[in-house]
Design a protein around this ligand. Sequence first.
Ligand code: PEP
Length: 253
Amino acid sequence: MRKKIIAANWKMNMTVAETVSYLENFRSHVDEVNGVEIVIAPPFTAIAKLSELLGGSQKISLGAQNMHFEMSGAFTGEISPAMLRELFVRFVILGHSERRQLFGETDAIVNKKLVLALASGLKPIVCVGETLEERDAGREKEVLETQLRGSLAGVTPEQMQTVVVAYEPVWAIGTGRTASPEQAQEAHAHVREVLKELVGETAAKVRIQYGGSVKPNNAASLLGQPDIDGALVGGASLEPLGFAEIIKAAVPK
Ligand code: PEP
């Protein structure tokens, strides 16, 4: 049984002050929630404060939205996994489509980050997903396979147990246009097939999140699909009550 994992990607939103009031509000809504892994990935500037407020919480884990592929050095503006671990960050989002599209991240770069994240004890959330153009050309499965093989190159079955994959069709991110539960399930099943080729039976244990305009009103139908093991939530995670409702939709019945 794969425990569902719901992660908030706040992107470049939320000051430290906003983070403090968000958490107080959010906690009151998820107090009674059990059986779901919750992750919040704030911007780097809010990580230290959130870490202090969470105090090692088992219910809510801290995530980062990115990291560099070296431990230290002359990389102006970058953050290393050691810096994240020092603040008790548990998860790191790698290869988000905005990183790929706006900052030129390739599968090879994502793979370098993944290797260092795993060696540093961080749990990677590796994002893959096709553009609208690629889907319209009927190339989505091929694109997913290429991204998975490139991003996950060299990962052992044992390491793969700590990796989460996020299927995020680029055309559904921040657009209000969601993949239908059937479209998402088909893509997730394909991701699992590729994982099976890469890591054998371990593929059945890997959690695959869906991301792309997940909202309180569509979360249950997406999360009800057999290969959808959670959600990576952007816009809707900025509102504590709505994010809590998405999490509640993932509670085992
Ligand atoms: C995301 O950025 O990972 C995402 C899924 O965003 P949104 O929920 O806003 O589509």
